[in-house]
Design a binder for this molecule. Structure first.
Ligand code: HEM
Length: 423
């Protein structure tokens, strides 16, 4: 379904159509030829709305493709707000709020909720679950090695990349082991609303709402259990926490569940698949890393995230008439923040198309452009990648990867399947 009653566009559309479905069918590298052209032009470019599964009246958006412009918009939430929607795809703001909770709020609401949740993400709290992450990494790699040796068909995406983020986030929130797969699948579907593997175009709106319902309900059910009996997990803290003297409502708890389930799962999963593939293509970089793993892994993980850029884009809306890179932006107009483009900006990164774990500094925008919404789980994600890659690189025998199957999406840089066999 596309816009039917949309008013006429206030600006001409740019000749490069980065909203087209087939543009996002192309691979990351060739898409960047278009982004490189846009980065090199003066000012900002205006684009038609992406074909959407929900009816809407949007007329288009400004594309922010340069590193500096995305940082500026991310850090000036007095000029560019999140409460009118954060996805480049047209989607009703109330649905986005249901999916993304405080990610689509502005201060003071955002500040209050983020403070509440961030208590569980301090470096000290994250260190507390480090042992669990280590054990889970070891178990996942044990299983991988066993399956490879037994000659089983192994899909790296499903059998390795998906597992650690799902277990970590489930352990933190307190999701029961038997519900983990269901919750992770629902979260993955929300991130993949443009891929036909998950549902046909006609079914997508319904499918999205169904999966959203599953996640929300899982959060509400767990809240009931934890109100009755407290445990040592995030949900037990959330049901007791108060914002402005009020406990969180069931709807808020459901939305929180959706945010963590989606933000925490697919992002780390996709980084794992892309980085493992890139490393296997550069054995000399694996050797360099293993020479001094503890001192080199943090820099390497930053390159994993720059290279993968699992979140391709988010959006903001101008809260007032403003200006960016010489282009006037009217209050209410949407700006798309293309992290995928910022992370290949040649004015910031030497040899941006090369995977190079020795890169330093590495000011990538994979976790966002800084500012109030900067990824709350970045330390947790980095810790998981550190432990999982230690296990993968030190214990897995020589392997070969088959051709990856990519996700069709303008939001997630995803690998759906990637076969792996012993070399
Ligand atoms: C490699 C893995 C990850 C990547 C690339 C990533 C990327 C991002 C990005 C781009 C944003 C938006 C930033 C902005 O708007 O300025 C974000 C926000 C967020 N992320 Fe992550 N993320 C990752 C892992 C995680 C994990 C593991 C969690 C938690 C379990 C998490 C929780 C969040 C939350 C709660 C927000 C919303 C923050 C806010 O609105 O204040 N993320 N992430």
């Amino acid at each position: 379904m596309t816009a039917t009653d949309a008013p006429p566009s206030p600006h001409p559309y740019h000749r490069l159509d980065i909203s087209a479905q087939d543009f996002w069918d192309r691979d990351f590298r060739s898409r960047d030829d278009a982004f490189a052209e846009l980065r090199a032009e003066e000012g900002l470019s205006w684009h038609r709305p992406v074909d959407a599964i929900f009816p809407h009246e949007e007329t288009g958006y400004w594309a922010l493709t340069r590193h500096a412009d995305i940082k500026f918009a991310s850090q000036r939430n007095d000029l560019f707000g999140s409460s009118f929607g954060i996805s480049v795809d047209p989607m009703p703001a109330e649905i986005q709020r249901g999916i993304s909770f405080f990610l689509s709020m502005d201060p003071p609401d955002h500040t209050r909720y983020r403070r509440l949740i961030s208590m569980s993400f301090t470096p000290r709290q994250v260190r507390r679950i480090e042992d669990q992450i280590k054990n889970n990494s070891r178990e996942i790699v044990d299983q991988l090695i066993e399956d490879l040796r037994a000659g089983k068909q192994v899909d790296f995406a499903a059998d390795v990349s998906t597992k650690l983020p799902m277990r970590t986030i489930s352990d933190m929130i307190g999701i029961e082991p038997e519900d983990r797969e269901k919750v992770a699948y629902a979260a993955e579907c929300l991130f993949s609303t443009t891929d036909a593997d998950y549902a046909s175009l006609e079914e997508r709106a319904i499918h999205t709402m169904t999966q959203l319902g599953i996640l929300t309900q899982a959060g509400k059910d767990l809240a009931v259990l934890r109100r009755a009996e407290k445990r040592e997990d995030l949900m037990s803290n959330i049901v007791e926490a108060e914002v402005d003297g009020h406990r969180l409502t069931d709807d808020e708890i459901g939305a929180f569940m959706v945010l963590l389930g989606s933000a925490g799962n697919d992002t780390t999963k996709q980084t794992t698949s892309h980085a493992f593939r890139a490393l296997l293509d550069s054995p000399e970089q694996i050797a360099w890393l293993l020479d001094d793993f503890d001192n080199r892994i943090d820099g390497a993980v930053d390159e994993f995230v720059r290279w993968a850029t699992p979140v391709l884009s988010f959006a903001r809306h101008a809260l007032v008439d403003t200006e960016l890179s010489g282009t006037s932006i009217a209050a209410g107009e949407k700006v798309g923040l293309f992290y995928c483009s910022a992370n290949r900006d040649q004015t910031v990164f030497d040899r941006p198309y090369e995977f190079d774990i020795t890169r330093s500094p590495n000011p990538h925008l994979g976790f966002g452009g800084g500012g109030a919404h900067f990824c709350l789980g970045s330390q947790l994600a980095k810790m998981q990648l550190r432990h999982l890659f230690y296990e993968l690189l030190t214990r897995v025998p020589a392997v070969e990867l088959g051709e990856p199957e990519y996700l069709h999406s303008n939001f997630v840089h995803g690998i759906k399947r990637m076969p792996i066999t012993l070399a």
